[in-house]
Design a protein around this ligand. Structure first.
Ligand code: PLP
Length: 387
């Protein structure tokens, strides 16, 4: 089935008891057993819940696998994936990952004995040079938050898993290739098809799509990796509630439609900002000025709804513009139907200050929503006139 059909139907069927078309919210913590140990597949809702199972199956289908797990947030999903590793293991990560991911790595997991280093993952020579015998995971975010850098997933997979092209699986000695696919969504790119082992999402963003739920997901390519992650999901317990799963399932049904409009609006805004006298530089994967423009066009279905730009006037200009829009709401997060504006150095990425991952204080990030593009352009034009 095609993506649009899967996004509406995968993992779901009319409720067998009532015929309800929408998957019910199974708001229950436990399930009655016919006799000791004899049940209908559900014992306790941390372990499994039918609403969550529908979401997990739908997400898996969209990412071209059979193995999906839902979590209570993107960070919970990330944390659970890192628990595949042991003290002494090394993780190589992009030098432009989401600030919360960097904080988890440095402040929570490093004290537990994991080692992390950061490179520009769009530069394959840097990736190769930074691998160590004890490297057990490569954490790739593409496009990155907030700079929209694009890395070549197939080429990185080829470095980590050189034998896979001839049909062999990942050997247990090889590092896991994990891709945070939050910005792109599976509608724009499917990392497991390109050789990744694990995909992580903050479903809070485009997958939920309406800024009304926090969630995360992990998709695995192989049954063996999935079994380890499924064990961790239950053992650690960072699971989402059924109502949150329902909201994300509902969001998924319109994902392709929303992403097309997000991308069309964002491209028009990129064109406007690229020619603006107060803008120093622009980052949008499908704009010809982007350093990985050709790769982005090869790897992604569209440029998505996120873009970033640096103000010529630096930090004060960026803050003034972000406080002057009327339609673009000054807020963290992204991926909802409404447009948002923020200054990453002072907001979402404040934790990276003083680190090698520090963000230019004059950078503005936009999450371009589904409003009419003329209204969005007018709003930005007005805000840029203020400075
Ligand atoms: C790329 C990326 N990954 C992970 C996360 C964390 O997700 P959550 O906020 O759902 O925990 C975010 C949140 O902004 C993100 O942008």
């Amino acid at each position: 089935m095609k993506f649009e059909t899967l996004s509406i139907h995968a993992g779901q069927r009319p409720d067998p008891t009532t015929g309800a078309v929408m998957t019910p919210v199974y708001q229950t913590s436990t399930y009655v057993q016919e006799s000791v140990g004899k049940h209908r597949g559900y014992e306790y809702s941390r372990t499994g819940n039918p609403t969550r199972a529908a979401l997990e199956a739908c997400l898996a289908a969209l990412e071209s696998t059979s193995y999906g797990l839902a979590f209570s947030s993107g960070m919970a999903a990330t944390d659970t994936v890192l628990r595949l590793l042991s003290p002494g293991d090394h993780v190589l990560a992009g030098n432009d990952v989401y600030g919360g991911t960097f904080r988890l790595f440095e402040r929570v997991l490093r004290p537990y004995g994991l080692d992390f280093s950061y490179v520009d993952t769009s530069d394959l020579d840097q990736v190769t040079a930074a691998l160590r015998p004890e490297t057990r995971m490569l954490w790739l975010e593409t496009p990155t938050n907030p700079l929209l850098n694009v890395s070549d997933i197939s080429a990185v997979a080829e470095i980590l898993h050189p034998k896979r092209a001839d049909g062999s699986g990942r050997s247990s000695a090889e590092p896991y290739l994990v891709v945070d696919n939050t910005f792109a969504t599976p509608y724009l790119q499917r990392p497991l098809e390109l050789g990744a082992d694990i995909v992580v999402h903050s479903t809070t963003k485009y997958l939920g799509g309406h800024s009304d739920v926090v969630g995360g997901a992990v998709l695995a390519r192989d049954a063996g990796v999935y079994e380890k992650l499924e064990f961790l999901q239950n053992a650690v317990g960072a699971v989402p509630g059924p109502m949150d799963c329902f909201l994300i399932l509902r969001g998924l049904k319109t994902l392709p439609l929303r992403m097309d409009r997000h991308a069309a609006n964002a491209l028009a805004i990129a064109d406007f900002l690229a020619g603006h006298s107060k803008v120093a530089s622009l980052r949008y994967p499908f704009h010809s000025s982007h350093p990985q423009f050709d790769l982005a066009r090869r790897q992604m279905h569209s440029g998505g709804g996120m873009l970033a730009f640096v103000m010529l006037g630096g930090k004060p200009a960026a803050q003034r513009v972000a406080e002057s829009t009327r339609l673009f709401a000054l807020a963290e997060s992204l991926g909802g139907v409404e447009s948002l504006i923020e200054v990453p150095a002072a907001m979402t990425h404040a934790f990276t200050a003083g680190s090698p991952l520090a963000v230019n204080p004059g950078l503005i990030r936009l999450s371009v929503g589904l409003e009419h593009v003329d209204d969005l352009l007018e709003d930005l034009e007005m805000a840029l006139r203020v400075i």
